[in-house]
Design a protein around this ligand. Structure first.
Ligand code: 6R9
Length: 631
């Protein structure tokens, strides 16, 4: 049964219902799932705590809603189509029954190695079907997965392992990415030198490069599943038991572990998937994200599989072996819904239209974007050249913390407008507030985006530190969840996301805290102090600009900037490497010692004409020196 909305009036009706009678609304949607025990109450919430619970005391296993629910009727239906990095390596189509068996077998393998309900398991893997198998096997046995993007450094990986005291790590020998091969297992080995909780490491063989296998700790995936049964009873989970932890960057400190729970996440990801993409049985859906990000969790694995969809998993990158790869894959599998990031669109736009027009994209019905604001030019390029003016563009706004898509057109239902995420999904009650927390009512207003009522897939806590969750999301504006994004509601009531209003920057759709990058830079022994800001970047959306005060003894600027770059790479990973590093004699500070980032941002943007009043600074002379150096 599908709860798909088919018309604009249908959407308006459903939205009204979801606001007027949220409990009845969500109860009706949840009724179409398989629960081992029904809930006693739909929702219990308090944003002060915060304390949010959905489908109280219900029992379920999310994997039964992916497998058992469809197996009898759709066992031979392709669940995952896997496209490898190299176009001529053989691809894989995995039917629902095959996936079910792989998941059960791996569930049994993990159990045999001592993992059980509630244990934390780190998944640090390339984009192979086994990454999805690993996630689903954790869910099957009630273990809590925490996927770490396989581009993060050993330090970043160690931090995450330690934060959640993981018992097991699932990884691979290596990771093919375009023309490169990354030695993933070696990174895990390094990380494990800084951790003490991991008992076993299961290694999937992908690249066949030589790896060290530590006796007693490391096991090959193929050995681990040998002799294991393809039947594994699903663990009984409470609706509010943890499903997974996913680490994400905020404006302060180290990345925090966003916690999602079983019941609500299941209901919302399927509902939003079917409605936003208007998925119909038999369609082939492709999201190009990595499973290391929330988009990969909700809209490669859980949402599509809960909807009985065929989901494409792609191991490679958009420009390998050439800029036509995405379109080649769309043509090859006759993809109907395609979902990617603005940064990828802009990168491909730079290669012209030839790589697009070369391929038959007539299968496409819906094209989507996620991760950062999409500029109008990229929106039009995507709409015209990929969507041939006939496919609706769904610009989907959401966050790791929201678990699912919050603001987006429903394809073919909501009239679109370039650069607008348009309207909230049913159940999503948005509020725009000014700096003082006053609600800005009506249309044609601009301010900070908050949400005033809970939705099923919302963050429950930050792992091991509930206070941090409260401080970060529920304390800025009393009684509301604060998103960290600025937003405009235009004269038609349509929403346009303006970008982060906090110290989070968004580089190629990847979230990074400026403080996190500064801390990494400061690890270099010659660095005295640093300040990081974002600046507009043609392809990445935002680039990273670092101003650094250094001890220059025995070093040239070039040595130093290269070394600093390397330091950031080692501490966080290649995605956090600054695009520009400027060695400066000082940083502009207020008399109370606060860095004036506003000035640094302007200089990074190349707009030095209007720096405002700098006379109240502790050190106004430094601004001139920085301006000079930036030229
Ligand atoms: C899903 C995801 C969340 C931040 C979010 C916002 C930005 C995401 C967007 C968008 C404008 C969109 N963002 N989608 N901005 N339009 N359609 O990306 O989660 O990695 O946690 O990032 O990304 O700034 O606050 P996450």
């Amino acid at each position: 049964m599908s709860d798909r909305i088919h018309s604009l009036s249908g959407y308006i009706h459903e939205y009204q219902r979801s606001v007027n009678q949220p409990e009845q609304f969500w109860s009706r949607i949840a009724d179409s799932f398989h629960w081992q025990k029904r809930w006693d109450k739909v929702v219990d919430w308090d944003f002060e705590g915060p304390d949010v619970k959905w489908f109280l005391n219900a029992k379920l296993n999310i994997t039964e809603n992916i497998f058992e629910r469809y197996l009898f009727t759709h066992g031979d239906h392709p669940a995952i189509i896997w496209e490898p990095n190299e176009p001529n390596e053989s691809n894989q189509t995995i039917t629902l029954r095959q996936l079910y068996e792989k998941v059960n077998q791996f569930s049994n393998a993990m159990k045999a190695k001592g993992v059980g309900k509630g244990d934390r398991v780190i998944i640090y893997m390339p984009m192979v079907p086994e990454a999805a198998v690993a996630m689903l096997a954790c869910a099957r046995i009630g273990a809590v997965h925490s996927v770490v993007f396989a581009g993060f450094s050993s330090n970043a990986l160690a931090d995450r392992i330690n934060d959640c005291s993981a018992k097991m790590v699932l990884t691979a020998d290596g990771n093919f990415r375009g023309a490169k091969s990354i030695p993933v297992k070696a990174v895990v080995d390094e990380a494990l030198e800084k951790t003490s909780t991991v008992e076993k490491v299961i290694v999937f063989e992908r690249t066949k490069e030589a790896v060290d296998m530590k006796a007693g700790r490391d096991i090959w995936w193929h050995d681990a599943i040998k002799g294991q049964s393809t039947e594994c009873k699903a663990e009984v989970m409470d609706s509010e038991d943890l499903l997974f932890i996913l680490y994400t960057s905020g404006s302060t400190g180290k990345p925090k572990g966003v916690v999602h729970t079983c019941g609500g996440y299941m209901v919302y990801t399927k509902y939003s998937f079917e409605n936003v993409f208007q998925y119909e049985p038999g369609d082939v859906y492709w999201c190009t994200a990595d499973v290391g990000w929330i988009t990969g969790h909700s809209y490669i694995v859980y949402g599509p599989l809960l909807a009985g969809a065929t989901t494409v998993m792609f191991e490679g990158v958009p420009t390998y072996p050439d800029a036509g790869r995405f379109w080649e894959v769309v043509e090859k599998y006759k993809v109907n819904q395609f979902y990617t990031a603005p940064t990828a669109i802009r990168a491909l736009q730079a290669h012209g239209t030839e790589p697009v027009t070369k391929h038959d994209l007539s299968s496409l019905k819906v094209i989507g974007t996620v991760g950062e604001p999409i500029n109008e030019e990229a929106w039009h390029w995507y709409h015209s050249h990929v969507g041939k003016m006939k496919c609706p563009v769904v610009d989907t706004w959401w966050q790791t913390e929201t678990g699912g898509i919050m603001i987006s057109p429903l394809a073919g239902v909501t009239p679109t407008k370039p650069s607008y995420a348009t309207l909230p999904l049913p159940g999503v009650q948005l509020v725009i507030v000014d700096a003082d927390g006053k609600e800005l009512k009506g249309n044609s207003v601009e301010g900070n985006l908050c949400i005033k009522y809970p939705w099923p897939s919302m963050i429950r806590t930050t792992y091991g530190d509930h206070e941090r969750c409260k401080q970060t999301y529920f304390s800025t504006y009393k009684g509301m969840y604060f998103t960290g994004d600025g937003v405009k509601r235009d004269e038609d009531g349509y929403y346009r996301i303006l970008g982060r209003v906090d110290d989070v920057i968004n580089v190629s759709g990847h979230r990074m805290g400026t403080a996190e990058v500064e801390n990494a830079i400061n690890e270099h022994p010659k660095v005295i102090e640093s300040a990081v800001v974002g600046y507009p970047h043609e392809v990445k959306g935002q680039g990273i600009y670092a101003y650094v005060i250094c001890d220059m003894e025995n070093r040239t600027e070039e040595n130093l900037t290269n070394e600093i770059s390397e330091t950031v790479r080692n501490i966080i990973g290649p995605i956090a490497k600054p695009d520009k590093i400027q060695i400066v004699p000082g940083l502009p500070k207020t008399r109370s010692g606060k860095i004036m980032r506003r000035i640094l941002r302007k200089i990074a943007e190349g707009d030095t004409s209007n720096l405002g009043d700098t006379s109240t600074l502790l050190n106004p002379e430094v601004v001139e020196a920085i301006k000079e150096g930036a030229k």
